[in-house]
Design a protein around this ligand. Structure first.
Ligand code: ADP
Ligand code: MG
Length: 477
């Protein structure tokens, strides 16, 4: 222990009474903290210090507890998990009066300081190869079919399409971020992939990262667990174009939002392009921090409207050509008229009749189409709602409607609830998160699990298969 340390201890002891009475740290404790804080730089390295530890600020000292603050919960948790033991040891070494370390969140505290810290922190840079590897691992694969040439433009998506083109063709950033939103199955992901494909072809020197918000969150959590948060940050901040699909997934996920927010700011400051998609306009995203929502609307916000008859027909014609299938116009017109929910379902319907004709070696006619698509068409003739499904399922199993929303996990309630989720996925065009919300605010992963589970059970358990069938008939019949 250093000289200063021993002196400090002695002085602290004299001051003990004052300290017991007050939370305000004594001059000596302040001195100890100052030294420990600056020692952290060599102890943990420059990069870690600048990104995480620099904002630490001494708040109080009481009964041997040293209380230090950080500006965000995310930082607190991270420091708590990774550095707090070592910091306490350093403190205790400097002054034996320090027995505990308490990290608290004081919002607004020197936030400016850390916001710029991460992107300025050049040290500890992962080497280029390492970064490229990580980039490939972290990005989501691109669908080869989702290119501009396969995207049919019509009135409902003209703005979003034009904006996407601009991003690819413009030398300077036309707007930042580009925010594309619209209902499920209307072409958001297709447009995002199209941008990424085009950039790779036309500007191969640029690093383009495309991933779903879900994957962003997953990568982030994984990085936290595996101690590689620094590399994670660097990687995201080193790309030229960052594309995050379905940003609504990070609703309610505070630390992921926080991290995304920092990444967002760092990239915008460096003039890097950001492209975001969501199911709603920025202002309508619930569970997303106000600061982030307003940033998302900074650039161009382009919405994709529900399809029109003309667009649906256009898409079907293009699809028919790609499939090289012999489908009469009358059938395409019929489908464009009937399957109005979204493009994904429209494609699904066409694929089904083509596949059916292939297998049965029959020609496709309006009649065969109506026959093959019976269930789908019926559901569309009379739009089935999640509320209806819940009511019918509850009725069938003799439960109360509230059991569909409740947190009760007893098998006799949970199983029917899963059946209802499964039917909601099958018979409506609602997305997993939307369905989850309708079932008492459950997570989309819960819905996904339910759908898989019921799929399994239908194979294994004749009773369940029959139950599902009965309820489905009641709904579609
Ligand atoms: P979203 O991401 O909005 O839910 P997707 O981009 O996944 O929707 O689109 C669903 C399907 O519909 C995809 O197979 C996509 O290729 C197709 N699709 C959507 N819009 C168009 C369009 N304008 N032209 C051609 N295909 C489209
Ligand atoms: Mg999508």
């Amino acid at each position: 222990m250093s000289d200063i340390g021993t002196k400090t201890v002695a002085l602290i002891k004299e001051n003990a009474e004052y300290q017991e009475a007050s939370l305000k740290p004594s001059k000596e404790i302040m001195k100890v903290w100052k030294k420990v804080h600056s020692d952290m730089r060599s102890e943990f390295g420059e990069a870690v210090f600048r990104s995480w530890l620099k904002p630490l600020s001494l708040q109080a000292f009481y009964h041997g507890t040293m209380e230090v603050s950080v500006p965000t919960r995310f930082m607190r948790d991270w420091i708590q998990n990774h550095y707090s033991d070592r910091i306490l040891a350093m403190c205790a070494e400097a002054s034996e009066d320090i027995k505990r370390l308490q990290i608290v969140v004081v919002q607004g505290a020197i936030l400016d300081d850390i916001e710029e810290a991460p992107m300025n922190s050049a040290p500890a840079k992962a080497n280029q190869n390492e970064q490229r590897e990580m980039l490939a691992e972290v990005s989501s694969p691109l669908d080869e079919r989702f290119k501009f040439e396969n995207f049919v433009v019509g009135k409902p998506n003209a703005l979003a399409h034009a904006a996407a083109r601009r991003v690819v063709e413009s030398d300077v950033l036309p707007f930042n971020p580009l925010f594309i939103y619209g209902g499920v199955g209307l072409g958001k992901t297709h447009l995002m992939h199209a941008i990424a494909h085009a950039l790779q072809e036309q500007q191969p020197e640029k690093t383009v990262m495309y991933l779903s918000a879900e994957k962003f969150m997953y990568q982030f959590v994984k990085a936290l667990r595996s101690d590689s948060a620094m590399n994670f940050k660097e990687m995201f901040r080193s790309v030229d174009v960052l594309m995050i699909d379905d940003i609504q997934f990070i609703a309610g996920k505070e630390s992921t939002q926080e991290e995304f927010f920092h990444t967002f700011n760092a990239l915008v400051d460096q003039n890097k392009q950001i492209i975001i998609s969501a199911d709603k306009a920025p202002g309508d995203l619930t569970g997303i921090d106000e600061r982030l929502r307003s940033r998302l609307a900074w650039g161009l916000v382009a919405d994709i409207h529900p399809t029109t008859y003309d667009l649906r027909l256009g898409i079907l014609r293009t699809k028919r050509e790609q499939l090289g299938a012999d489908v009469p116009d009358s059938v395409l017109e019929f489908l464009a008229l009937k399957v109005t929910s979204n493009v994904r379902e429209l494609e699904g319907a066409l694929n089904r009749i083509v596949a059916h004709a292939d297998v049965s070696k029959a020609v496709i006619t309006l009649e065969s189409t109506q026959d093959v698509l019976q269930d789908l068409l019926r559901a569309h003739d009379r739009r089935i709602t999640i509320d209806e499904i819940q009511r019918k399922v509850a009725e069938h199993y003799n439960l109360r409607l509230t059991d569909m929303h409740s947190a009760r996990r007893a098998r006799n309630v949970a199983r029917p609830r899963q059946v209802a989720m499964y039917l909601a996925k099958q018979l409506t065009a609602r997305s997993l998160p939307e369905i989850g919300r309708k079932f008492g605010g459950r997570d989309h992963t819960t819905v996904m699990h339910a759908v898989r589970k019921v799929e399994e059970l239908i194979e294994e358990d004749a009773q369940i298969a029959q139950d599902v069938d009965v309820v489905r008939r009641a709904l579609t019949g």
